[in-house]
Design a protein. Sequence first.
Lengths: 273, 337
Amino acid sequence: MYKSVFKPIPARIEKIIDETSNIKTFVLRPEEKLHFATGQFIELSLPGFGEAPFTPSSSPFKAETIDVTIMKTGVLTEKLHSLKGGETVGIRGPYGNGYPVERYYGKDVLILGGGVGMAPLRSFLLTLIEHKEKFNRIILCYGSKTPEDIVYKYLFPEWKKIKELEILQSVDRCPIGKWDATVGIVTCLLDQVKLDLSNAVAVVCGPPIMMKFGAVKLCEIGFKPPDIFLSMEANMSCGLGKCGHCQLGPHFICKDGPVFTYEQLKPIPEPFA
Amino acid sequence: MAHYYITHHNFINFIESFLKQYRVYGLTGKGEDLFWRSLNNDSTPGITVNRYRALQPVKSFFFPVKEEVTAEPAGKNTMLVGVKACDINHLRITDGIFSGGVVADPYYAKKREDTVIISSDCDSYKPSCFCTLMGEAPYPVKGFDLNLSPTRSGYLVETGTPRGQALVGAHKNLFQAPQPVLLHERDALRAKMTSAVKNNNAAFTWTDPKEVTASGYKSEKWEADIASTCVECDACRFICGTCYCFLLSETTKLWEKVRTWDSCQSNGYGRVAGGANPRKTRGKRLRNFYTCKLIYRHDNFGFYGCTGCGRCIDVCQGKIDIRKSLQKLSSEKKTNV
C-alpha cells in the first residue's frame, strides 16, 4: 500500500499527566515504532481539528511510547487537552535535526529553559543522563512564571539526586506558597554559574523573548555564538522544507533546524518573533 | 541539441497527433491576456504559440491550487505548448523546493515527470515584462523538451531533451532540416526582443536586486510607501510562478490531507502558538516577499525567485510594481549616501 509522506501514523493516548493548569503531558503509543533523535520534532494531528508541531519530551531511548508535553494555547491544543486516555491522534515524523549531542562530549553543558520550553529540554536532559559520564558537567537552569507553572515537578527531586547534574531554578514571581530558590527571570541564574567557558556549550529553549535575551546574556558572560544552541520551533507545517511556513531567513526551521546555533541566527534580521 | 523546421500547418498536425495520449494545453486569448486552455481538435488550430506568457503561472500544472496528498500520486501524460522562458525559470525554483531538499515531493515529481514542455520564444511583451532586469532573456535556453522560434511560415524547432528528440523522431515526415538563414533570423528576433524588453524597462536603473533589498531592509518606505496600497488580497502570491507555500489541512476522511496554496501576505501565515507573529504589518509581509525572492532563494539556489514575468504587477489591486519598489529603495540608498 502506498505510504504518503504526509500521512500520519495513528497513535493511542496511553496516559495523560496534568503538569500545570494549562500544560499536560500525553504518553502516546504509535501503531508503528517511531525512532527520533532528541530535539527532532513530530507533527501531531487530530482529525477534523488540524495538525501542529511538537518536540517529544521523552527519552529517545524509549521507542515504544513518546511523551508530548502540550500547553493549551489555541484551537487544536484546547481540543487536545479535552481528550481522554484511549483516544487516538496521528503522528508524522520525526523531522529536522536534533541536538548534536556528540559534539557536547567532554564539555560543560549548560541547559537554559523557560516555561514549557522545558519539554524538548527534558528529552535532551534524559539523553545526557543516559550517558552522563561523557560530559564534564551538566547544569540545568530552569525558570517558570510561578512555582505552580513548573513542568515535571515530580521529576525534579529525582534529578536532584543525580550527582553529575546541577540544578538551579527560578520563578518570575511567587504570589503564594513557599519558594526557597531564586525569584527573578531565568537569565539571572546565569550569574550564579561558573563555567569553563573555553569548553562549554549552552542549550536554550523557551518563549521567544527568553531565547532572545538568553542568547544575549550568554554572550555577555563569555559564550561564543557557535557554542549557543537554540530550539527555534515555530509553526512548522509540512516538516519537509516545502510549505514555507517556518521560513527563517534563508533557512526552513523544519529541515535546517529546529536547533540552530546563535551564530547561524545572528545574520538574520529579527530572528525571534 | 538538434534543430528542425516545421510549417504552421504541420505543427498543428503534430500537436493534434498527441490529443489522444496526452492532456494538451495551449495558450488562447485575443485580448491583452493569454490563458492556458485544454485543447481538442477544434481549438488546437487557434492556439497562440509565441507572443508572451499566459496570465496563469505554469506551477498550476505541477502544484495545483488544491490537491489531495495522502493517496498514491496519479499520473497523466500532459503536454504544455507555449511555455515561456520566465515560466521555465520559475520551475527552477519549484524544482529546487519540491524535488530537492530532504525528500522529493512525490506529487510534484510525478506531474513534472509526466509533462512534456514545448516552450517558445517571445515575439512580443507586456508592459509588465521585465525579465531582462532580472538577468534573464525573453527566450528559453534550457529546461524544455522542444522550443519553438517563430519564422515567417512556421517554426524553428530546437530539441532540448531525449524525450523531445523522440517526439520529433516519431513524426519525422512533419519536420525538415532547417535552412541556416532561419537560425540567423531566430537570433535577430531574439536580439530585437531583448532590446525591446530592455527599452520597456529603461526607467529602472537598479541592477542588483539582492543588494537593493538587503540594503533597504530597514527602510521606512516599506510601511509608509511600498505596501501602503496593499489590500492584502494575496493575488500577487497566488499568481507568482515561484510561490510554493502551501497549507496542509484535514478532510472528512480519516488521515487524509489536502494542501492548498498559501500566502505569506496573510496576517495569520507566520503566526505561532500563543499569538506571536514575526510579520504583523503589511510592510513586513511585503518585505518578506521581496527578501524571499531576491535574497534567500538566491542564497539557497544561486538564482532569484523572481524571473521578471510581471504577473504580480498585472494583478495588484493596489498598483504595487516590484520594479518601482526596488527603484524607490535604490533611490533612497543614493540619497542616504
